[in-house]
Ligand binder design. Structure first.
Ligand code: S3P
Length: 441
């Protein structure tokens, strides 16, 4: 089957109810916590994507068994000290920054060196943001000259607790240090700029000795050594980051309505909802509930008659960090100039995403001005694309692919989008759901 997708038809109005796949951040964390539990943990609706399969294979390399059936995934945890650190272990994190970074925190006590590798995209990403704090615990790292993967970690049997200031708003860095703190005598103290808090919520649910004091601009987290982790049975809610593509598709359509069922709407993840509401999209939550500390709801979206431009407050950045590419499409249709700032972290993702946002807009004929941490987008409510557009060589960044699909379906033109298999990392049935919208026509 061809790995290139051709789209040359816009989507018509729709009224739909959909369910997207399980949350990636929670799925990976479920795998890691369950691998340390005393006994068998079960997950339903685990995201079965390459990032999560890489996580399962990683714990398998450490001697932890798992089993996937149609109904559920089971992990046979061997307790907090259950990893077997054999000689010559090599963990392949593939495309997953979350796996690559979080697991290093758990490996600070490895008695044998462990090698961590990843795909072309992950091998370009910064790992000193993890090796620097983990060094302070006493772990040693060998990285490439450019400070990337492949790396080798050699642990310490007596990690020392640290004080760490996480100033990038990176949940991956924060979580990796929390995991290392779970293996360390004394109290590890983290002052962390606001970012998604799934790790903290899971710790609290599992009664792991972690406390969080919420300050205005940051959280103060304290974590102590953990003796036991109980098993974790989890019904994984749908991913807001996967929902985002369909929310924006609705925002860019006329007379359309969409309900997305059972989505994780953790307040640290719903930046896109705040931003699109400010731009004039009607979005509401139905059937809200709390599940194991996480907020879950059905999301209802109505297409607006017109989209307003936005001077996007920086306070929304961390909660929308994975959604900006697709948010830029809403700004492309908006009346007026939109401004997004403080976004240097976007260029640290699976591809340099701020640059890719600008590239896609340029190809669409939307004027924009970027520097290394901001973008101004000159919206055009009347934009209709009549030309050919080709999207390739984007390091297989799944979100570049999916954003291009939404652009093609919303603005028209003849789009040739390469590397369809990139969606396997986070959202393997994305195109199946898209096809359901086409049948609606
Ligand atoms: C993630 C954290 C974010 C996000 C990534 C998933 C997580 O990365 O972009 O897709 O699950 O912890 P950073 O921590 O680098 O901001």
């Amino acid at each position: 089957m061809s790995n290139t997708l051709i789209i040359n038809n816009k989507i018509k109005s729709f009224k739909k109810n959909i369910t997207v796949s399980g949350d990636k951040s929670i799925s990976i964390r479920w795998v890691l916590f369950s691998s340390l539990a005393n006994g068998i943990s079960k997950a339903r609706n685990l995201l079965i994507s390459e990032d999560v399969l890489a996580s399962l294979n990683a714990i398998k390399k450490l001697g932890i068994k798992y089993k996937i059936t149609k109904k559920e995934c089971k992990i046979y945890g061997q307790g907090i000290n259950g990893y077997r650190y054999k000689k010559n272990i090599c963990i392949d994190a593939k495309n997953s920054g979350t796996l690559g970074r979080l697991i290093l925190g758990l490996l600070i006590n490895t008695t044998n060196p462990i090698k961590l590798i990843g795909d072309k995209s992950l091998s370009k990403r910064d790992f000193t943001r993890i090796s620097n704090p983990l060094n302070k615990f006493g772990a040693k790292f060998i990285l490439t000259k450019n400070k990337n993967l492949p790396l080798t970690i050699t642990g310490t049997i007596k990690p020392k607790s640290i004080k760490y200031f996480e100033n990038k708003g990176s949940a991956q860095c924060k979580s990796s240090v929390i995991f290392a703190g779970m293996r360390t005598e004394g109290t590890t103290i983290i002052k962390a700029k606001k970012s998604r808090n799934h790790t903290e919520l899971l710790c609290q649910y599992l009664k792991i000795p972690l406390t969080v004091k919420k300050k205005k601009n940051y959280d103060e987290i304290k974590i102590k050594k953990v003796k036991n982790i109980r098993t974790l049975n989890y019904n994984i809610p749908s991913d807001i980051s996967s929902s985002a593509f369909f929310i924006v598709l609705t925002a860019l359509s006329k007379n359309s309505e969409l309900i997305i069922k059972n989505v994780n709407i953790n307040p640290s993840r719903i930046g896109i909802i705040h931003i699109l509401k400010k731009m004039g999209v009607k979005i509401s939550f139905k059937n809200s509930k709390i599940y194991k500390g996480e907020k879950i709801a059905d999301i209802k979206v109505k297409s607006p008659t017109e989209l307003k431009s936005i001077n996007c407050p920086k306070k929304f950045n961390s909660g929308a960090i994975d959604e900006f590419l697709v948010i830029f499409l809403a700004a492309a249709r908006a009346k007026g100039i939109s401004y997004f700032k403080g976004l240097s972290e976007l260029n640290q993702k699976e591809s340099p995403r701020l640059e890719w946002g600008a590239k896609i807009l340029n190809k669409m004929g939307i004027k924009n001005i970027i520097n290394n941490n901001s973008i101004k987008i000159y919206g055009n409510p009347d934009l209709k694309i009549n030309k050919s557009i080709s999207i390739k060589n984007y390091l297989k960044d799944h979100r570049v692919f999916m954003t291009s699909v939404i652009a093609a379906l919303s603005f028209g033109g003849y789009w040739k989008i390469y590397d369809k298999d990139s969606i396997k990392t986070s959202f393997p049935n994305f195109l199946q759901i898209i096809n359901g919208f086409k049948k609606n026509e």
